[in-house]
Design a protein around this ligand. Sequence first.
Ligand code: HEC
Length: 221
Amino acid sequence: MNVRATLGLRRALSARAGLRALWGGLGLFIGLMAVIWVGLPLLPEETGLRFGMGYQAFFTAMLLLGVLFFWFLGRQSIPYPRGSAGVLASLAAVYVLTIGALVGVGVAYPQFPRPEPPVVASEDAVERGKDLFWNSNVGCFLCHTIEGTGGTRAPDLTHVASRAGQRVSGLTADQYLLEKVSAGATYRFRVPEYAPIMPPFEKMITKEQIRDLVAFLLTRQ
Ligand code: HEC
């Protein structure tokens, strides 16, 4: 074999290896993108982990930066900082950028719902909640009964405060009532043997009104 043929063969071989590496890299990239955009949203709610859009965009950006980094490395054109101060400065910059971005995303897209402030059952709030309960535009009493007055399609709420604290483990009575009244039948806990007909009131009345209703319900020991 003459020299030129050997060179040609070697070049073809290395081109093929390069192509294989490219395909491998592409496969890895697509796999990681699938984990970020398809896998993360499938995480069950019980794990308490929620990676919303912000995290997905952040992870994707990190992946692209990683790709860019290796591309730059391949070109060997990154000027290495001279002196230890330069090295420290670039380390600090990378640290602040990544940790800062992660903390920023974490604050903007909290993984755990922020706990609601506890409901203070002040006299005024209880009075407003009582009015709302018996208001026909809100309609709680059309389904629920209190002290013998109201509908029968839903549980009697006369003594709801005495059981509300035991409904969902880890939730106090006011936390449970806030979440239940907000989400209605779509809530993760439903009183068994009743139809899933309670409306999600977070879409119909204000948060303040829900808090007033809960203040009233908390007096129903
Ligand atoms: C269309 C009927 C309907 C209306 C209107 C309605 N609910 Fe309900 N509610 C239900 C039913 C049925 C259940 C039991 C099934 C379930 O848990 O979803 C329930 C359950 C509840 C519970 C849980 C009780 C327990 O023992 O844990 C609370 C608290 C509650 N409702 C409060 C309210 C309040 C406050 C309103 C008004 C803002 C309201 N509901 C309006 C039908 C209704």
